[in-house]
Design a protein around this ligand. Structure first.
Ligand SMILES: *Cc1c(COP(=O)(O)O)cnc(C)c1O
Length: 385
């Protein structure tokens, strides 16, 4: 098989040393050598997430979203969802499936964010019709469908004042953008392995605050077995215990990936993501391409790009793939109207330049007027510092 450069918003490029770790023997999950690695991974995650506790289990990011809600909400509770696209809406779909009341706040156009005052007045008003205050509020740090980076810090005063449990979806952010759980008062930080952490898919990760732990203790039971924190917390505290078999190979790979992040240092990694995102945007701009996302909402981890007139989605992405680069199409109502480029995790300057070169040459081959080299040159100037 050819080895294309995968520049979609997850899975992201995986470092060869992480892939090599994945290929280590499959250890017994209770074997002492493995338990030591598992324990170290959980410690590394607690540090990176700035969490009081973490729960990491086999599954996709969607499972981590569901775990947060299942362990926060009781029958009759109401949830407020701040939705900037498909992944924000997903929280509302999960809530409806379990029968919790849910209200959704959306911006007036895709690519914008919900104004902090709008969130503040919704939280202050409560769930309406005598519904009382919201039990929890969800915010998607970066919504991967629209590329919107939520103005989390501007939301914090209203969330704090409301007393609602704060669920932050960091799936397209954690490891690429700072998310200080304690400082921000996040109760559930939802994330997964295959985005800015740079590990293959398969691991659902949840950072928890003391308040989130107390909330689970206050609930007599929750309407899920596998997603019940009460089943997992003993294992997180003592990984020699068993509840359900953990993805052992993936845990060994995650250990290596988290070591890479620690060696780079999270602060430098966040700065690198900012710089690389500016380089991508400068490159796209040099080709006359525009982003779907409002300028004040652009994210460091991916770019969502409008197709220029006359460039068709399937032909563009096929052309990119012929040049060895995989980018993603639009999802939901944006299908066919945009393409999405991930630039997070281990993707660095060489990958970004290769991607921009492929965009130039693909557009040229489709009859779109571009100056070859313009995007690469604009990005180089920023990557060089
Ligand atoms: C990818 C993504 C998800 C879903 O993660 P899966 O691992 O595909 O279930 C949820 N939220 C955001 C913001 C994402 O980018």
């Amino acid at each position: 098989l050819p080895r294309p450069l995968v520049m979609i918003p997850g899975p992201t490029p995986v470092d060869p040393s992480v892939l090599a770790a994945l290929g280590e023997p499959t250890y017994g999950h209770n074997q002492s050598a493995f338990v030591a690695v598992y324990r170290r991974v959980l410690d590394r995650l607690r540090r990176l997430l700035d969490a009081d506790e973490v729960v990491a289990v086999g599954g996709a990011g969607t499972l981590a979203m569901e775990m947060a809600l299942v362990n926060a909400l009781a029958p009759g509770d109401a949830l407020l969802v701040v939705s900037h696209g498909v992944f924000g809406d997903r929280f509302a779909e999960i809530a409806r499936r379990y029968g919790w009341r849910v209200d959704v706040l959306s911006p007036d156009r895709p690519g914008a964010f919900v104004a902090p005052q709008v969130l503040a007045s919704a939280l202050a008003g409560g769930a309406g019709r005598g519904g009382g205050p919201y039990r929890a509020v969800t915010v998607t740090h970066v919504d991967t469908s629209t590329g919107v980076l939520a103005p989390v810090e501007a939301y914090l005063p209203a969330i704090r004042a409301s007393g609602a449990l704060f669920v932050l979806d960091g799936v397209c952010a954690t490891g690429g953008i700072a998310e200080p759980m304690r400082e921000w008062g996040v109760d559930y930080l939802v994330t997964t392995s295959q985005k800015a952490l740079g590990v293959p898919p398969g691991f659902a990760i949840l950072g928890l605050s003391a308040r989130a732990l107390a909330r689970r203790e206050a609930l007599p039971t929750v309407p899920s077995y596998y997603a019940d924190l009460a089943n997992w917390l003993p294992i997180m505290r003592n990984p020699a215990l068993y509840f359900a078999t953990p993805p052992v190979n993936l845990i060994v790979a995650l250990d290596r990936a988290l070591e890479l992040i620690e060696d780079e240092t999270p602060q430098e990694r966040f700065r690198r993501h900012e710089r690389q995102a500016r380089a991508v945007r400068a490159g796209l701009d040099a080709l006359g391409l525009s982003l779907l996302t409002a300028a004040e909402a652009v994210a460091p981890t991916l770019s969502v790009v409008r197709y220029p007139d006359g460039v068709e989605d399937a032909a563009f992405r096929a052309g990119m793939e012929e040049r060895g680069v995989v980018v993603a199409g639009g999802v939901g109502p944006l299908r066919g109207r945009v393409f999405r480029v991930g630039h997070m995790g281990q993707a660095g300057a060489p990958e970004i330049l290769q991607t921009l070169a492929a965009v130039e040459s693909t557009l040229a081959s489709l009859g779109h007027r571009v100056e070859l080299g313009a995007a690469v040159s604009a990005a180089q100037r920023i990557l060089a510092g």
